[in-house]
Design a protein around this ligand. Structure first.
Ligand code: HEM
Ligand code: HEM
Length: 296
C-alpha cells in the first residue's frame, strides 16, 4: 500500500500543495497590513482558518484508514494528499503567525504542529526504508514461527547437553533459561541482546558458577568450542559438534528475530509521537482560538 503513495496520480497532490504554498506566499507578499503582519489581519485570519481546516482534515486520516466501507477515495490517495498538504500546512500556518513567535500558548500550537509534521516525514521515510528488508529478513517465516523454531532447537540442545553431563549441561540449560528477546524501548530499537548464561569457573570440590553475558550466544559457543578442543572421547565429540551446530542455528534465528523486532519498531515508533501530539495540537489550537477571541 505504501510503496507508491508519493507518486499517486502522477504527483497530483504535490502540485496541489505547491499551488497552495505559492498562493499563500504571493498573498503574504502582496499583503500590506497597517501594522506588522500577524494572525489578526484579514490574511492572518484566512491563513489561520485554512490551517485549522487542514489540521482537522489531516486528523481525519485516522478515521478514513479504519472506515473500510468508505467511498471517499482510496486510502492511498488520502495518504498521498495527507503527506503533501501536511507539508504545505507548515508554510500556511507560519505565514499566518506573521513570524510573531514567542514563549506563549499560540507558539505551543505551532511547535506541536512542527513536531507532528517532522515525525510524519520520518514516517514516510521509514515506510519506504523498512518493508523490503523486513520481508527479506523474514524469508517465509513470521515472528511466531521463528519463536517456535527457537524453542524446538532449545529442546534438542537441552537433550544433547543432558547426555554430555556437567558442566556442559548446566551451561546450555542456563543459556536457554536466561535467553531474552526484546526488553526496554532502547533494546527494541537497537536490537541489543541481553541474554546471559552461567559459566563454570574454578573447580575445587564442585564447579563455581558465574552469570555472564551471552549476547548472540557468543559466550556459550566459545565455551562449547573449548570443551570440544579438550574432548578425546568420540561419542562426546560428535555430541558436542551437534550441540554447537544447534546453538549456531539458534544464534542465527535469534538474530533474525531481533532484526525483525528492531525494524518493525523503527517503522512504527514515529506514530507514538504523530498521533498523541496530533491530539495535543488540537487542544492547543482550540485554546489558541478561544484565547484570541477572548482578548479580541
Ligand atoms: C494551524 C493552525 C494555527 C496555528 C499553528 C496558529 C499559530 C499562531 C501563532 C504562533 C500566532 C502568533 C501569536 C503572537 O502574536 O504571539 C498566532 C496569532 C493569531 N492567530 Fe493563530 N494559529 C492557527 C490558527 C488560527 C485560527 C484558526 C485562528 C482564528 C480563527 C487564529 C487566530 C489568530 C489570531 C487572531 C492571532 C493574532 C493574535 C495576536 O496578535 O495577539 N489562528 N497564531
Ligand atoms: C499537523 C499535521 C498532521 C497531522 C495533524 C497528522 C495527523 C495524522 C493522523 C491522525 C494520522 C492517522 C494515524 C493512525 O490513525 O494510525 C496520520 C497518519 C499519517 N501521517 Fe500524518 N499528520 C500530519 C502531518 C503529516 C505529514 C507532514 C506527514 C508526512 C510528510 C504525515 C505522514 C503520515 C503518514 C505516512 C500516515 C499514515 C500512517 C499509517 O497509515 O500507518 N503526516 N497523520
Amino acid at each position: 500500500m505504501y510503496e507508491s503513495f508519493l507518486k499517486y496520480r502522477n504527483f497530483l497532490y504535490l502540485y496541489v500543495a505547491l499551488t497552495l504554498v505559492a498562493v499563500s506566499l504571493l498573498a503574504y507578499w502582496l499583503h500590506d497590513p497597517l501594522h506588522q503582519p500577524n494572525g489578526g489581519t484579514w490574511l492572518g485570519y484566512t491563513l489561520g482558518t485554512l490551517g485549522a481546516v487542514l489540521v482537522l482534515w489531516l486528523t481525519a486520516l485516522g478515521i478514513r484508514k479504519r472506515a473500510y466501507n468508505s467511498n471517499l477515495g482510496t486510502v492511498r490517495g488520502w495518504v498521498s494528499a495527507h503527506v503533501y498538504l501536511g507539508l504545505a500546512l507548515v508554510v500556511v500556518a507560519t505565514l499566518h503567525t506573521g513570524f510573531q513567535l514567542g514563549w506563549n500558548l499560540h507558539t505551543l500550537a505551532w511547535v506541536l504542529m512542527l513536531i507532528v509534521v517532522i515525525s510524519g516525514v520520518y514516517g514516510v521515510w521509514a515506510y519506504n526504508r523498512y518493508p523490503v528488508p523486513i520481508t527479506r529478513n523474514r524469508a517465509n517465516l513470521n515472528r511466531d514461527l521463528m519463536l517456535a523454531e527457537i524453542s524446538e532447537i532449545d529442546q534438542k540442545a537441552d537433550q544433547a547437553a543432558e547426555a554430555l553431563g556437567s558442566p556442559v549441561e548446566r551451561m546450555v540449560i542456563s543459556a536457554h533459561r536466561r535467553f531474552t528477546v526484546g526488553g526496554g524501548l532502547i533494546s527494541l530499537l537497537t536490537g541489543r541482546d541481553h541474554s546471559c548464561m552461567e559459566e563454570p569457573r574454578e573447580r575445587k570440590k564442585d564447579w563455581k558458577w558465574k552469570v555472564v553475558a551471552n549476547a548472540d550466544q557468543q559466550r556459550l559457543l566459545e565455551l562449547l568450542n573449548r570443551e570440544l578442543a579438550g574432548t578425546r572421547e568420540q561419542q562426546d565429540y560428535a555430541r558436542l559438534q551437534g550441540l554447537i551446530d544447534l546453538v549456531s542455528q539458534k544464534r542465527a534465528l535469534a538474530h533474525r528475530l531481533r532484526e525483525d523486532i528492531r525494524m518493525q519498531s523503527l517503522m512504527r515508533i514515529w506514530l507514538y509521537l504523530h498521533v498523541p501530539l496530533t491530539f495535543m495540537l488540537l487542544a492547543a489550537l482550540t485554546a489558541h482560538i478561544v484565547s484570541v477571541f477572548i482578548y479580541w
